[in-house]
Structures are given as structure tokens and as C-alpha cells.
Design a protein around this ligand. Structure first.
Ligand code: HEC
Length: 175
């Protein structure tokens, strides 16, 4: 190798080494904003309730279509939402009682009645239990000073990209 070429290669290697060291040092140092303590994310009660509203509507259309597996799924999701509400928001703003007391008081018996109706694939009982759940939502809203938030039976499916028709026909139904 000619002397000049060797010198160029050596200086290139040095430049690369310096650059690599600088880069790795930069990677090791945390960015200044990442060093600030971030409070853990907690989902808001309003957000949980927004999801509850969506599931309440889906539950109705699943029951109406006698799609019992979907109805059972939506009921389960509703229960999980209420569990999260009690876990993350046991006390909320000017709500006079703890949610851990209000949720069981206002909705538990309707959720259990829905469970029974879904397992029995009984549409009239499903309708009755659904209306009693909705009444429970509204009673809790009134008690919680959110009485302006009124729920009712939905009239149109919340999403046009989901089929509520039963994917697997139940016993006794035409295929
Ligand atoms: C513990 C009593 C309680 C029960 C039971 C309850 N809610 Fe709520 N709900 C609240 C409170 C409190 C708020 C206000 C939350 C906030 O600060 O944004 C609320 C808010 C809402 C909102 C407004 C959310 C928004 O962003 O527009 C909807 C919709 C809602 N609830 C639906 C329901 C439905 C549907 C049910 C029944 C399946 C239900 N809720 C049961 C206490 C309750």
C-alpha cells in the first residue's frame, strides 16, 4: 500500500472511532425529558363510561339478533368496565358515595339477570334485564349528580362495520 493511501485510511479509521464513541455516549445518556418522573396513566371515569355506553349498545343489538355468544362477551366487557371504575375511581369528584358501594347497588342485580337470560337464550327476559340495567345506569347517574346523562334503548347499531347477526346458529335455528 502506498504511504499516502495508508495515511488517509488511518485518519478515516480515527474519525470513525471518534464518531462511534460520541454516538454511543449520546445513546447512554437519557434524554433530559425522560428523566422527569411520569405519573402512571390512569384511565378517566368518563372514558370508562364512554366504553360502557358503547358496550351497552352492542349488548342490545347482540341480544336483539339472539347472538348469545356476542351478548355474553359484551356483558363480560361491561362487568370489566365497572370493575375498573371501582378500582381506579373509588371516589370521584362530587359523587357523594364511593363507587365501590354504588356500582353493586345500582347495576349488579341487572347484570346477573342479563347473565341468566343470555345463558337461557331467553329474549323476553333479556329485554327485561336490559331495561332494568339501563334504569340502574340512570339511577346511579342521578345519585352521582350526573343525572343529565340519560341512557335508553339504542335504535341504531353504533358501528356499521360489525355484524350483530349470530355467526353460529343456536340450537333449533335454521342454518
Ligand atoms: C357509580 C354509578 C354509575 C353507574 C352504575 C353508571 N355510571 Fe355512567 N357515569 C357515572 C359518573 C360518575 C359519570 C361522570 C364521569 C365523569 O366525570 O366524566 C358517568 C358518565 C357516563 C357517561 C358520559 C361519558 C361521556 O364522556 O360522555 C356515559 C355515556 C355513561 N356514564 C354511561 C353509563 C352506562 C351505559 C351505564 C350502565 C350500563 C352507566 N353509565 C352506569 C356513574 C355511573
Amino acid at each position: 500500500m502506498r504511504k499516502k493511501q495508508a495515511r488517509i485510511l488511518a485518519s478515516l479509521a480515527l474519525t470513525c472511532a471518534i464518531f462511534a464513541t460520541a454516538c454511543s455516549k449520546k445513546l447512554q445518556e437519557p434524554a433530559p425529558e425522560a428523566t422527569k418522573a411520569q405519573p402512571p396513566y390512569v384511565i378517566g371515569l368518563g372514558e370508562i363510561m364512554g366504553l360502557t355506553q358503547m358496550r351497552h349498545a352492542k349488548l342490545w343489538f347482540a341480544g336483539k339478533a339472539e347472538n348469545w355468544p356476542l351478548a355474553a362477551y359484551e356483558l363480560d366487557e361491561l362487568r370489566e368496565g365497572f370493575d375498573d371504575a371501582m378500582l381506579y375511581h373509588p371516589h370521584h369528584r362530587n359523587v357523594p358515595y364511593p363507587l365501590t358501594q354504588m356500582v353493586p347497588e345500582f347495576v349488579s342485580s341487572s347484570l346477573d339477570a342479563l347473565d341468566k337470560a343470555i345463558k337461557a337464550r331467553n329474549r323476553p327476559n333479556f329485554d327485561k334485564a336490559f331495561d332494568s340495567l339501563t334504569a340502574g345506569c340512570n339511577a346511579c347517574h342521578r345519585e352521582a349528580n350526573f343525572g343529565f346523562n340519560v341512557l335508553k334503548r339504542p335504535t341504531a347499531p353504533p358501528y356499521s362495520n360489525q355484524s350483530f347477526a349470530a355467526a353460529v346458529p343456536g340450537p333449533g335455528r335454521a342454518p
